[in-house]
Design a protein around this ligand. Structure first.
Ligand code: G6P
Ligand code: ZN
Length: 588
């Protein structure tokens, strides 16, 4: 099939490859797996085949990723396959880079929502490089991850695939340069030639436009220019870097030195790009929370980090950690006053089941509904599409709102900066005439004084032998409804969490085992759905302390305060005996 006037399309015979079932966050495997013959092509063709042909024909798609190893060659392959499958136009972020929330924003908003969907090339917070992880997921017209119906269809197609379509190698674009290239590409069915356009777009522009509608950039800029307000952002060598430099430095006037690790690297500088107290050690040290940090050193007033694809976030004050569960609750408590986008109030809020109930208390005080959903962002998307939820968050360092259909790391950082700006009266007119800075720690402690504190910790037991992990779960299941007290903790209720989606009525069962205590404390167990090898057991422990307990109790060290309940959780699960693990691998 070749013609001098255009680009021909090849029909490549292939065979099904095992294990191409996308999880909630797409298909994630080792780079070496993605490098095996036809691996990426089979998955991409199976995705195209799962979409209605009449919608795909002539459509616009976004193709970009977090910049990890294999991103560029994968973008090139997907572009050629899109051309062969009748797509009309592809938008690629410069360098193949675009954060996950920015892809969502581009799909929803660019040219009035012209795009039909997009491929995001990312394995999120997993390490990158030739021996590490790669991933691909498809997002739909609403900017959110493909629903299960579609991912199941994609998977079915991967088990039956016999050929894929790809335009020949002459369809080449320099994706490091902004601009538009148009080609004449042969149609795989009709053999006729049609126009196909690749546009390399600024990866930040559309997303920035959206953020400008949400936040008061003047107030943010006034805060960041305050001489007593030092700020540190850790891009963890992921895709957040270019966004941070553009937004914090160019738009808001923060010094360039505020941006740490903000040059994207294919291997994330050898790090694990997950923003938590263990992996974001550069930021943790900078903020005076490191093991060897000196108590006397001057540290920034505010610190934040994002993961590889910039949808997760961690928020820190000077020598102070804000738990993700507290973070979403505090954003909800201040949203109406501090964030223009929320000036008319919140429609409702939502959290995942293992996330602490701090958000519930805010919702109750504001008279709005708080939804409790299973772990996984897709459950929020349904509520948002139905206009029930404006703001949501998870204990796993995800926070977001209905401005896109993904969690959004930089959005969360700007939310916190907006709260700080609001509390510090940072308006242009009083620049240089401010009282002492209201700190992150003060804002959090005021919140606890008003709503009480949900002490919270999560223990992860990674890479546990699957049979042993199953034994832990079955041991816990056997105790549901059978045990009423462990030491002095009285169990009110125990169950396996099941969720009925209020929008489409779908039921998601077996979403974690819960023990709910009479004082509002909770102990929860579930197996991770995102691990790549072995099983990961997550144990979530939460204890509520009411405001009238007084500052000494409210400000106690979380690890110490939770020790008795952690021991209850370990006893209930027989964790040490059944896994042979004395300690968890990660504590957050
Ligand atoms: C991804 C999802 C989140 C989820 C997290 C943890 O980041 O987008 O919604 O909370 O994984 O999942 P896991 O199953 O590993 O606890
Ligand atoms: Zn991520």
């Amino acid at each position: 099939m070749s013609d001098k006037s255009g680009i021909s399309v090849k029909v490549v015979p292939t065979k099904p490859i095992d294990g191409q079932k996308p999880g909630t966050s797409g298909l994630r495997k080792k780079v070496t797996v993605f490098q095996s013959e036809h691996y990426l092509e089979n998955f991409v063709q199976s995705t195209f085949d799962a979409l209605p042909a009449e919608s795909l024909s002539g459509s616009t798609l976004v193709v970009s990723g977090d910049g990890r190893y294999l991103t560029k060659p994968s973008v090139a392959t997907i572009v050629r396959m899109a051309a062969a499958n009748g797509v009309g136009k592809v938008w690629v972020g410069r360098g193949g880079l675009m954060s996950t929330p920015a892809v969502s924003a581009v799909i929803r908003n660019r040219h009035g929502g012209e795009a039909y969907g997009g491929f995001i090339l990312t394995a999120s917070h997993n390490p990158g490089g030739p021996k590490e992880d790669f991933g691909i997921k498809y997002n739909c017209e609403n900017g959110g991850p493909a629903p299960e119906k579609l991912t199941n269809q994609i998977y079915q197609n991967t088990t039956k695939i016999s050929e894929y379509y790809i335009a020949d190698e002459s369809l080449k674009v320099d994706i490091d340069k902004l601009g538009r290239s148009t080609f004449l590409v042969q149609h795989k069915d009709s053999g006729k030639f049609g126009e196909f356009t690749v546009e390399v777009i600024d990866e930040v522009e559309d997303y920035l436009k959206l953020l400008r509608k949400i936040y008061d950039f003047n107030a943010l800029s006034a805060l960041l220019r305050r001489p007593d307000f030092k700020f540190a952002f850790d891009g963890m060598h992921g895709v957040a870097g270019p966004y941070a430099k553009r937004i914090f430095v160019q738009e808001l006037g923060a010094p360039e030195s505020s941006c740490l690790n903000c040059d994207p690297k294919e291997d994330f500088g050898g790090g694990h790009p997950d923003p938590n107290l263990t992996y974001a050690h550069h930021l943790v040290d900078t903020m005076g929370l490191g093991e060897h940090s000196s108590a006397a050193a001057e540290v920034p007033a505010f610190g934040a980090a994002c993961d590889g694809d910039a949808d997760r976030n961690m928020i820190l004050g000077a020598r102070f950690f804000v738990t993700p569960s507290d973070s979403v609750a505090i954003i909800a408590a201040n949203a109406k006053e501090a964030v223009p986008y929320f000036h008319s109030g919140l429609k409702g809020v939502a959290r995942s089941m293992p996330t602490s109930a701090a958000l519930d208390r805010v919702a109750e005080a504001k008279g709005i509904k708080c939804y409790e959903v299973p772990t996984g962002w897709k459950f929020f998307g349904n509520l948002m599409d139905d206009g029930r939820c404006s703001l949501c968050g998870e204990e796993s360092f995800g926070t977001g709102s209905d401005h896109v259909r993904e969690k959004d790391g930089l959005w969360a950082v700007l939310a916190w900066l907006s709260i700080l700006a609001y509390r510090n009266g940072a308006k242009k007119e009083n620049l240089g005439d401010n009282g002492p800075l209201v700190t992150v720690e003060e804002i959090v402690k005021e919140h606890w004084a008003k709503y009480g504190r949900n002490f919270y910790t999560r223990y992860d037991y990674e890479n546990v032998d699957s049979a042993k992990a199953d034994k832990v779960i079955s041991t816990l299941k056997a105790k549901i409804g059978e045990i009423t007290q462990v030491r002095n903790f009285v169990i009110d209720k125990s169950d396996e969490f099941s969720y009925t989606d209020p929008v489409d009525g779908s039921v998601s069962a077996n979403q974690g085992i819960r023990f709910l205590f009479s004082d509002g404390s909770r102990v929860i167990f579930r197996l991770s759905g995102t691990g790549s090898s072995g099983a990961t057991i997550r144990m979530y422990v939460e204890q509520y302390v009411a405001p009238d307990a007084g500052p000494e109790k409210l400000h106690a060290d979380a690890a110490k305060a939770l020790e008795p309940l952690v021991n209850v959780a370990l006893t209930l699960s027989k964790m040490r005996e059944l896994t042979g693990r004395e300690k968890p691998t990660v504590i957050t």
